[in-house]
Design a protein around this ligand. Sequence first.
Ligand SMILES: O=C1C[C@@H](O)[C@H](O)[C@@H](O)C1=O
Ligand SMILES: [Co+2]
Length: 298
Amino acid sequence: MFKEGVIKLGIAPIAWTNDDMPELGGENTFEQCISEMALAGFKGSEVGNKYPRDVKVLKKALSHRRLEIASAWFSTYLTTKPLEETVSAFINHRDFLHAMGASVIVVSEQGRSIQGLMDTPLFDEKPQFTEDEWQRLALGLNHLGMLAKEKDMHIVYHHHMGTGVQTTSEIDRLMEMTDPELVHLLFDTGHLVFSGENPLYILKKYLPRIKHVHLKDVRRDVVEAVKAKKWSFLQAVRQGVFTVPGDGSINFEPIFEQLADSDYTGWFVVEAEQDPAVANPFEYALKARQFIREKSGL
Ligand SMILES: O=C1C[C@@H](O)[C@H](O)[C@@H](O)C1=O
Ligand SMILES: [Co+2]
């Protein structure tokens, strides 16, 4: 289905140790995590909270397992803090990723985000940006996009539950307000379906701007419980709202077909955070690898 060599398949460390709740999987070591990724047949990963930040040390550990770094998350605060604060942290992050050989930088606006709040109901209290906040966000992202370009890199915007850019209309607004040459989109199947969006619609509409893909599946019954019980994003994750592709309710076949028929090149990163004490990360990594092979030929 996919042309030879256009897609690299990675997996995120968040299933071994959760970045938003480091106590989930706190016992799993960095070495165990990357060894199991390689053993399950993946070629790369994003950077988790247990990864060494020393480029030489990290490269050595990864090269032993023939793994690469695909990218790493960066929280922006363009709507709530002075631009310079985000810019100086971004430059460090960009230079680290550049040294690691990555070409995309995941960015997500965390101004007024409720994604990290344990008791705030996800579907009731997500932020809605004001006109001024949209302007600040768009200008700031264009600026970060220019900084990424200096190193021949791209920023990819991560729409995310509990943030100001979650829904289809918010993604549309962000895409309209930013420069298509500077600000690209990360397509995360799990966040779109959890929010109630149509992932195929977003994929078809923004294919030329999509430069990074997160593959996660969603357990529909848990989404219903999140709404009924007014759970937060973190509670939803603990309760198992996300899982690996093929283990939830998303139909990945048309998504893979659409991507295979497009000019997309780059990473597909399986990113399925759930409680590692309940869902063994190695077992689920194997499950994901097999499903992707069956459905996409990758
Ligand atoms: O890309 C991501 C990074 C995580 O820290 C986040 O909360 C997760 O849901 C995600 O999609
Ligand atoms: Co994601």
